[in-house]
Write a protein that binds this ligand. Structure first.
Ligand SMILES: Cc1cc2nc3c(=O)[nH]c(=O)nc-3n(C[C@H](O)[C@H](O)[C@H](O)COP(=O)(O)OP(=O)(O)OC[C@H]3O[C@@H](n4cnc5c(N)ncnc54)[C@H](O)[C@@H]3O)c2cc1C
Length: 412
């Protein structure tokens, strides 16, 4: 019988790995301290952008950071008490904004995002949650000429790589999104993009299908990894030890702690993000729309309208500061004047971020039975299906559908 693969992390990345491993004939066991999809994958903006390839650290970002930091409603906060700890990562992040690194990262990212729908639709369909995938395009909005001009490099990078986009003026924006405030002068429309109308529903659907196909889901916190002469032999949780044949580490923003136990030093930092969600909205977006200057996204979800965004550097332990979510709600109301609704819910999650935005996917060069799948930052939902397929190919020794070298764990 083929070996059982244990996957640590039942977020969207671990779930897609498990789904594809089952399709490659493997038994799977997911281990997570939370129920499936309740980590960062719970509250994202649902954006499904098959043309996403522009890394977060872009040339010129150093000049923008002070402006963001001094704006109380700005998109970036660094908690003073955490600054020293985050400094080495922040310096690597700034160092990644060099044009040659940005171009390399863009190619690596597009390798994961371009086959998004090809790899997502079959597993979502089998799980009975295909209806959550809404392929209705996406809009990036600009309220000033300067902001639109400032994003020219990102547009050029996408166009050069064949990503379909259309430039819209104020009237076309109004026709497409009639409830928006009439303050947007320019937009980029991505006709091939879309959104997921319930990211938790997608994760739960995939998890239920994994169980239907014979997979096991264990709710437990992995504390230790026991290493034998032939790789990882077992994992230790609060309720005992589990023997391991093959191991995949897909533990989101916590993955570097497990990788470190295995001798791999990976620069991973949490970029904490928030959302505010308004139930029963009176009006709102038709599709996933991003207010580019303010760096937040409004998405029509099954359960209301979600405003998601913000980057807060404060580590994995600090309590959430829900004033960040309140800012998102306020800006959302600026975006959609007259919007009213029912209950407001607030949420915080940890984006697992690598300085150059390129995740870690691949076999450990130290332990023969370990594979990594983490660090997907701002686009983990988008990258998850292709990551899952690639992980399954690497674990089973199948010819990879994508060159895995840009994602190596030993590239740092
Ligand atoms: C505000 C916001 C908006 C976003 N918008 C988008 C978007 O529009 N599109 C997009 O593609 N992405 C978006 N993202 C990013 C996306 O949500 C993440 O990249 C993705 O969810 C990461 O998935 P994951 O499976 O790696 O992590 P997670 O979902 O966090 O899963 C990791 C799991 O590992 C478990 N775990 C960790 N350590 C252990 C351990 N030792 N033992 C047991 N279990 C453990 C955790 O409990 C967790 O459940 C957004 C993120 C945020 C915060």
């Amino acid at each position: 019988m083929s070996p059982t693969v244990t996957v640590i992390g039942a977020g969207i990345i671990g779930l897609c790995c498990a789904s594809y491993l089952q399709r490659h004939g493997r038994q799977v066991r997911l281990v997570d301290s939370l129920p499936p999809g309740r980590g960062t994958s719970f509250g994202n903006a649902g954006g499904l952008s098959s043309g996403a390839c522009v890394p977060i650290a872009m040339p010129g970002i150093v000049k923008q950071i002070p402006k963001w930091l001094f704006d109380p409603e700005g998109p970036l906060v660094v908690r003073p008490g955490y600054l020293l700890k985050a400094l080495p990562w922040l310096l690597q992040f700034i160092g990644s904004a060099k044009p040659e690194i940005v171009e390399r990262s863009a190619d690596a990212l597009l390798g994961l995002t371009r086959p998004l729908f090809e790899n997502l639709v079959p597993i979502a369909r089998d799980a009975g949650v295909e209806d959550l995938i809404r392929r209705v395009g996406q809009l990036h909005l600009y309220s000033t000429d300067a902001a639109f001009a400032g994003d020219a490099r990102g547009r050029e990078m996408r166009t050069r790589r064949g990503v379909k986009l259309e430039i819209l003026g104020a009237e076309a924006i109004r026709q497409m999104e009639p409830d928006l405030a009439p303050i947007f002068r320019h937009a980029v429309y991505f006709p091939d993009h879309g959104h997921c109308a319930n990211p938790l529903g997608l994760s739960e659907g995939l998890a239920a299908e994994i169980v239907r196909r014979g997979g096991e889901i264990v709710q437990a916190q992995v504390r230790e990894l026991e290493i034998g002469p032939d790789g990882v032999r077992s994992i230790t949780t609060e309720s005992g030890s589990l023997a391991v044949e093959e191991l995949v580490i897909a533990a989101g923003a916590w993955s570097h702690r497990l990788a470190a136990k295995l001798g791999h030093k990976v620069p991973l930092e949490s970029q904490r993000g928030y959302h505010a969600m308004l139930a029963s909205p009176s009006l709102g977006p038709r599709r996933n729309v991003q207010w580019t200057e303010r760096k937040f996204i409004a998405t029509p979800m099954q359960e209301g309208v979600r405003f998601a965004g913000t980057v807060e550097i404060a580590g994995l332990e600090a309590a959430a500061d829900y004033r960040r979510a309140d800012v998102l709600l306020k800006q959302g109301l600026d975006m959609f004047p007259g919007l009213t609704g029912g209950e407001v819910t607030r949420w915080m999650g940890h984006r697992p971020c690598i300085p150059d935005s390129v995740p870690v996917i691949g076999r450990s060069p130290i332990h023969r039975n370990v594979t990594f799948a983490f660090g997907h930052g701002h686009i983990g939902l988008i990258c998850a299906p292709t990551t899952g397929r690639l992980v399954a190919e690497l674990v089973t020794g199948t010819k990879p559908s994508l060159d895995p070298r840009p994602y190596r764990v030993d590239r740092f």
